[in-house]
Design a binder for this molecule. Structure first.
Ligand SMILES: [Zn+2]
Length: 91
C-alpha cells in the first residue's frame, strides 16, 4: 500500500488507456508512476481474498457430492478424533 506524498491519501493502481499502470491518489487525484515492485505488493494483498473464495467454492462443491453414508462415516471419524484428543489430554 502506498500513500500520496501530497496529501497522505491512499494510492490505488489505475490502468491507463495506453496500458501503463499508475498509482492515483483517491483523495486528491495525484498520479505517480507505479514500479513493478509496488504493483506486485498490491497483487499480493488481493490474493488471500481470492484464495479464500476459491476454497469456499471448492468445499461447497465437495459437500454436494458427499453421500449420506459418507457424511455419517465422516462424523464417526470426527468423534473418534475428538475422543482420541480428549484421551491424550487426560494422560
Ligand atoms: Zn493525494
Amino acid at each position: 500500500m502506498r500513500f500520496c506524498p501530497k496529501c497522505g491519501g491512499i494510492m490505488v493502481p489505475k490502468k491507463k488507456e495506453d496500458g501503463t499502470v499508475v498509482l492515483v491518489c483517491m483523495r486528491c487525484g495525484y498520479e505517480m508512476p507505479a514500479d513493478e515492485k509496488t504493483l506486485a505488493s498490491y497483487k499480493g494483498e488481493s490474493k488471500p481474498t481470492e484464495r479464500v473464495l476459491t476454497t469456499k467454492v471448492v468445499s461447497k462443491a465437495k459437500k454436494l457430492k458427499v453421500s449420506k453414508e459418507e457424511l455419517e462415516q465422516a462424523r464417526e471419524d470426527y468423534y473418534e478424533l475428538v475422543l482420541d484428543q480428549i484421551g491424550e489430554y487426560g494422560e
